[in-house]
Design a protein around this ligand. Structure first.
Ligand code: CS2
Ligand code: MG
Length: 403
């Protein structure tokens, strides 16, 4: 079953996506998401110039060997561009293998470990009351878990507060990143009141989550965790930049608020200390950024041994291909926690028809062979790439800060 064709499709149906499509000599196609938000063309080039030529003629059944060939064989291992490319190839090969077997991917990953995949949505608002109304809306939609983000008095903008209605799109069109200003003091003074209000409105049972988006120091994150303990969040996400994994020991020493991290990680080596020392409770690595199904299973296995659960990233810059792959993985993996789900725009849904469904707070990958997702190339061609960047963030005095 050799690969006879491989193509990279860049399109922008509401936001930019990079898709890899492989075709075998048997006519079986496989799809992989290769979207790296704000750096899409870098991955498209890595795939077109350095990966696609190597795939033609390779046996599509050799998934692990192809993974190692692209990882070890690159010499320059890891990094977001390389690993998004490896991930896309891996997703496409698993798609092909499951289609050839005539079964949905989750059956090849060990079958169902649960009936459905618990997902969380993104409630946000410019004010606390706007955020409260947004939480109510998500609960009306059937969500059992809701991430809550709010504007902060005195700051013109902040992470996670959208320009749209139902969901938050991080990237902004333009040829340079927009700039925002940040005050950790204002944030920490504001944060507990937000969740005090939300808990007062909705009671103790709904799962609440919050994303600090890498913006605190470890001791500030420890303070945030302590401030949030009365509101027993499902998780506090990305409390501090994770390059220094040991820094999370400081957070752990001070608070029982569960910690989630990992959406920017590209391999197990970015998180093995966090997992082995149980410094986190959820690992957020994704199919598209952390080496595909093949490597994500290895991360999940290490996490399982250390009572860490999965919580895959699922923002709108994960294409429906990645979301489909994640749902198959989530349905089968034992130590599943929760899956992030931000519904895509209608034009995205039309370009990427898929079998997965949402119902009453849970998602289901469907029973179609493979990933259960396709790409309408003709329609995709009508949405050419449109430059867009993630914002950059500066403290009030102008110092660069994590966005
Ligand atoms: C966020 C994302 O969904 C999340 O948890 O961290 O919105 C993230 O900012 C974007 O996916 C970055 O592309
Ligand atoms: Mg996040």
């Amino acid at each position: 079953m050799n690969i006879v064709d491989a193509k990279v499709i860049v399109c922008c149906p509401g936001r930019n996506f990079v898709t890899l499509k492989l075709v075998t000599e048997d006519g079986i196609t496989g799809l992989g998401d290769a979207t790296l938000n704000g750096r899409e063309l870098a991955v498209a080039s890595y795939l077109n110039d350095h990966v696609v030529p190597l795939l033609i003629g390779r046996d599509a059944r050799r998934i692990e060997d192809t993974w190692q060939y692209l990882y070890v064989g690159a010499y320059w291992r890891r990094g977001p561009v390389t690993m998004a490319s490896v991930s896309a190839v891996d997703m496409a090969l698993w798609d092909i293998k499951a289609k050839a077997a005539g079964m949905p991917l989750f059956q090849l990953l060990g079958g169902r470990s649960r009936d459905g995949v618990l997902v969380y949505g993104h409630a946000n608002g410019q004010t606390v009351e706007d955020a409260v109304r947004a939480v109510a809306h998500y609960l009306d939609l059937g969500y059992k878990a809701v991430r809550v983000q709010s504007g902060i008095p005195g700051l013109a903008s902040t992470y996670g507060v959208g320009r749209g209605k139902l969901f938050y799109e991080a990237a902004e069109p333009g040829t340079a990143p927009a700039e925002s200003r940040w005050s950790t003091e204002a944030y920490l003074n504001f944060l507990p009141g937000l969740f005090e209000r939300v808990r007062a409105e909705f009671g103790p049972d709904v799962h609440l989550l919050h994303d600090a988006h890498h913006r605190l120091t470890p001791i500030e994150a420890a303070r945030a965790g302590k401030l949030l303990e009365p509101y027993h969040l499902l998780w506090l996400e990305d409390p501090t930049p994770a390059e220094l994994q040991e820094g999370f020991r400081i957070i752990r020493q001070h608070t029982t608020t569960p910690i989630a991290v990992g959406e920017v990680f590209n391999s197990v080596f970015d998180c093995y200390k966090l997992i082995q020392e149980q410094l986190i409770d959820y690992i957020r690595t994704t199919v598209v950024h952390a080496g595909g199904i093949t490597h994500l299973r290895k991360i999940a296995s290490l996490a399982e041994m250390h009572q860490v659960r999965t919580g895959c990233h699922g923002a709108t810059d994960m294409s429906p291909i990645c979301i489909a792959a994640a749902l198959h993985f989530d349905l089968a993996v034992h130590n599943f926690g929760v899956q992030e789900y931000m519904p895509h725009l209608d034009e995205t849904e039309r370009v990427f028809p898929h079998a997965y469904t949402f119902q009453d707070g849970y998602m289901y990958p469907g029973d179609e062979p493979g990933l259960g997702v396709d790409i309408d190339e003709g329609l995709a061609a009508r949405y050419p790439y449109d430059p867009a960047y993630l914002p950059v963030n500066r403290r009030l005095d102008g110092t660069m800060h994590s966005w």
